[in-house]
Design a protein around this ligand. Structure first.
Ligand code: GCO
Length: 452
């Protein structure tokens, strides 16, 4: 396999290329300079939770290597860097005392971006809730949403003049559903009623924080990043088509309907509505805030079947086995770029939406260095094909304003630990050496062409 010779595109002149990371996945330094544990520290230290018992204790040691990491990003010719802030580094207990050394770290990082002409795209919450807040009930409690708004105020007061965009949440589906219903992410709960309370309070937190940010700095673009599913029936038949509708309602519209239209999907309310907090209805107005953009994180389609087990919970669907001819990444995720265009079209048909960014897209391929080179041609093919789909979406008048590759460098892949590598840059965790992969060089060339 060789690298595609044609560059994907065309893209508009002001189209932004970037790379993305998240705090717990790269920073390390978990107990340094006043940071206190988040739920991911706790969870990853529980036996059996994360593959190989890996934790984010050291990760990519970005807390200490941030300067050379920014140089690396700069060398890739991208215009923007999307990263998240660690709430428990800034406010170690989630509320109350602010940690000056945490502020200093992000001050240096943001100034470092600006010195290198990188637009900082900041995410407030990429799943690392301060453990103290979890001890008080976490997202199941309304007080956590209020604490989040205060955290947002701190961030905007400190950094709002120097950042380009601020996203409230990254993938609220993951923290509510993977973390509190499926139990495969922190905090590791398996409780449907609890998960629905978390969904609602995260929405409320987003709404309260957006209002707060706008009241402090009206000109700062605010958005939210979602991992919506492009859902297909794996077999023909009415029961499977109905399953697709239910699946979309539970996994997508439970998030997008309240955020974009101030309502909950009726099918979910009919079956599960009693699990929402009593205040749900009067919170809807706060939840639906005008946004300047939204972000889509997209990796693979979802193919489902009706679950014949009548005791299965709503939406009563199950994942279909992968088709025998499906192309899969090293994590077994299906490569199907056109499904991203389907999803974008579906969203812009259903809602009156602001412009979007593809805030994450990338693939797990675990190629290692051979004679100092990482020849990850499969990643190049993946990125190239998805960028072509982005360009196609733009040609359909879908306002995609930029694309962030996931990820800048290999990092702590949550429950999969360090074995699963998504980086454009290879990280040797023993030495913390970074080696730009073939895909990183390819992406840098591409970004350079479009650099305005
Ligand atoms: C996500 C995440 C990343 C993951 C990536 C690959 O938002 O899902 O932002 O943290 O590492 O998606 O699984």
């Amino acid at each position: 396999m060789s690298a595609p010779s044609q560059k994907p595109g065309p893209f508009p002149d002001d189209f932004l290329f970037g790379v993305a990371t998240a705090a717990y996945q790269i920073e390390g330094a978990v107990d340094i300079d006043g940071r206190k544990p988040s739920i991911w520290d706790t969870y990853s230290h529980e036996p059996g939770r994360v593959l190989n018992g890996d934790t984010g204790n050291i990760a990519c040691n970005h807390y200490h290597l941030w300067e050379s990491d920014l140089d690396l990003i700069k060398s890739m010719h991208v215009g923007a860097y999307r990263f998240s802030l660690s709430w428990s580094r800034l406010i170690p207990d989630g509320t109350g005392v602010v940690n000056q050394k945490g502020l200093d770290f992000y001050d240096r990082l943001i100034d470092g971006c600006l010195e290198r002409n990188l637009k900082p795209f900041v995410t407030l919450y990429h799943w690392d809730l301060p453990q103290t807040l979890q001890d008080n009930g976490g997202w199941a409690q309304r007080s956590t949403a209020e604490a989040f708004a205060a955290y947002a105020a701190l961030v905007v007061n400190e950094f709002g003049d120097r950042i380009d965009c601020i996203s409230t949440f990254n993938e609220p589906w993951c923290s509510a559903i993977l973390g509190n219903l499926m139990g495969v992410h922190a905090p590791g709960n398996q409780d449907l009623a609890l998960a629905l309370k978390c969904v609602h309070h995260q929405h409320l937190a987003h709404g309260l924080a957006t209002k707060t940010i706008k009241s402090i700095r009206p000109e700062l673009p605010v958005g939210i990043v979602l991992n919506l599913q492009s859902v297909y029936a794996a077999e023909q038949g009415e029961e499977h088509d109905a399953a697709v509708d239910r699946h979309r309602d539970f996994h997508n519209h439970l998030f997008t309907d309240p955020l974009f239209e101030g309502r909950y999907p009726q099918s979910v309310m009919n079956v599960l509505g009693q699990n929402l907090p009593d205040t749900w209805e009067k919170d809807l107005q706060t939840i639906q805030q005008p946004l300047d953009y939204w972000g889509l994180n997209y990796y693979q389609p979802t193919r489902v079947l009706h679950d014949k087990d009548s005791t299965a919970n709503f939406p009563q669907t199950k994942d279909a086995p992968k088709a025998h001819d499906a192309t899969l990444t090293d994590l077994g995720w299906e490569v199907a770029p056109a499904t991203m265009v389907d999803l974008l079209s579906e969203m812009y048909q259903r809602y009156d939406l602001p412009p979007c960014f593809i805030t994450e897209n990338g693939a797990c391929y675990n190629d290692s260095p051979v004679n100092g080179e990482v020849k990850d041609d499969r990643r190049i093919e993946y990125l190239d094909a998805h960028l072509k789909s982005v360009s196609q979406a733009i040609s359909l008048d879908i306002p995609v304003q930029g694309y962030f590759a996931w990820s800048l460098m290999d990092n702590f892949e949550w429950s999969e630990g360090y074995d699963s590598r998504f980086g454009l840059v290879f990280v040797d965790y023993k030495t913390q050496t970074r080696t730009v992969k073939k895909s990183g060089h390819w992406y840098a060339q591409l970004a350079e062409i479009y650099l305005s």
